[in-house]
Design a protein around this ligand. Structure first.
Ligand code: GLA
Length: 428
């Protein structure tokens, strides 16, 4: 049996979400929304250095059905709350927000919570709930709108803890739902920055913007070439199927946390180096800047960031050249992209020091089985790696990675293919 899980994951339908919502809250939701997880193809630990990234939105997402409690539904009658967004009564802003997820806790209960926007304080809500709460808190701070009187039901096909940005997808799904119901009128850029502040200031994770931007700004079949300095974006065609390629995700099953891991220390080191050069961010430095005034550790971190930005530029050029001409150089360009992925991994492992044994084994085994390129993705210290492979090699690479994990006594990895899906939007 293949070690690779078939690509198709069963996504919930709007009807299913509505039925679950009615069963839970006793009235019909206004609608549902979908926000995808991401794979950052290349450009790691560059976002908070005002650098370059190239993520895709994957075909796995967080789904949110949202309803607005009416007088009737608030009193427990079932007929209230129906209607279309924009035609319902004005939401009752000071009231609580109830959230139920289809994820179950250890006792088999659906995870759920309730809070009021006015009483939110960072650090007072359990893990997953802090993400939607952070969004609600930031909406109040940014727009002055104190949202409330709504219920949310959540399902997700993004594996949690796999480094595919399930929590950012949750934030984005909640934000776009609240944006529409409360008529906030936020544009994409404001949505990206708002969810980043929710993450930084409320959740307490000092992350950048690549994950939210990938979820919000990416178009189907494209990677998002994003300049994190000014959020300037270009959609880069990224259709692996027509290239005869596949992108495998290898979830190492090693969990990580950006509020606790060495992520913050990496970010601080970069900021200190930028200050030594008297610039706002490492993005202002030339590729060949003299790094001899830095400590060994600072030098390695800066070297990674500068080289990674250059690798993103090179990858974009190769993808765009391929799009323009499918001539004889095509295979060479694909191989060159694979080489850039491997170089990114080496740099993350040795200069940035954010890989771990399991991710290194995943990359080595994938390359040994004929992958064109492979690297760890995301913040590091666990999570997932990706492998770019010829379509015909899916099983070879999957089996080799699985066997290597078994040999090392690691947990069985989850391995599945992803493609460039659509960005966050209303779902029904
Ligand atoms: C995490 C963060 C992102 C980014 C990556 C590393 O995924 O959430 O903002 O910094 O790590 O590239």
């Amino acid at each position: 049996m293949s070690a690779v899980t078939p690509q198709a994951v069963e996504a919930p339908t709007p009807q299913h979400l509505a039925e679950e919502f009615v069963a839970l809250f006793g009235y019909r939701p206004l609608g549902s929304f979908r926000a995808p997880g991401r794979v950052n193809f290349i450009g790691e630990h560059t976002d908070y250095n005002s650098g370059l990234v190239l993520p895709i939105a994957i075909d796995r997402a967080v789904y949110v059905a949202i309803g607005q409690r009416s007088e009737a539904s608030a009193e427990g009658r079932t007929e209230g709350g129906a209607g279309e967004i924009g035609t319902a009564d004005p939401p009752r802003r000071g009231e609580s927000i109830r959230i139920v997820s289809d994820h179950r806790d250890d006792t088999g209960q659906r995870m759920s919570g309730q809070f009021t926007a006015a009483e939110l304080m960072p650090g007072t809500l359990p893990g997953w709930l802090s993400h939607p709460a952070g969004v609600v808190d930031e909406i109040a701070k940014t727009t002055g709108t104190v949202v409330g009187g709504v219920d949310l039901y959540i399902e997700s096909t993004v594996p949690v803890g796999a480094g595919l940005s399930s929590s950012h997808a949750l934030e984005v799904a909640v934000l776009i739902a609240l944006d529409e119901v409360f008529g906030l009128g936020l544009d994409d850029r404001e949505k990206v920055l708002l969810t980043q502040r929710a993450e930084n200031d409320f959740v307490g994770a000092p992350t950048g913007i690549v994950d939210q931007a990938a979820s919000i700004m990416t178009e189907t079949g494209h990677a998002l070439f994003l300049d994190c300095r000014d959020l300037g974006a270009r959609q880069i065609p990224f259709d692996l199927d027509t290239e005869g390629l596949r992108l495998l995700v290898i979830d190492s099953k090693v969990s990580h946390s950006h509020s606790e891991s060495g992520y913050g220390a990496r970010r601080k080191s970069c900021e200190e180096s930028a200050a030594i050069f008297g610039v706002d961010s490492l993005r202002e430095l030339a590729d060949d800047v003299d790094l001899s005034g830095l400590t060994d550790e600072q030098r390695k971190r800066v070297r990674h960031v500068l080289a990674e930005n250059a690798r993103v530029r090179a990858t974009v050029e190769l993808l765009e050249d391929n799009e323009r001409s499918h001539g004889s150089d095509h295979d060479a360009r694909i191989r060159a992209i694979g080489d850039l992925l491997v170089a990114s991994h080496e740099s993350l492992a040795h200069d940035y020091e954010v890989s771990c044994a399991e991710l290194d084994v995943a990359v080595t085994a994938a390359m040994g089985a004929g992958a064109l390129g492979a690297r760890m993705i995301g913040g590091g210290f666990g999570g997932s790696a990706i492998a770019l492979i010829d379509a015909g090699r899916v099983d070879d690479v999957g089996d080799a990675v699985s066997a290597a994990f078994a040999e090392h006594g690691y947990r069985k990895p989850d391995i599945f293919a992803v493609s460039a899906g659509r960005g966050a939007a209303r779902f029904d």
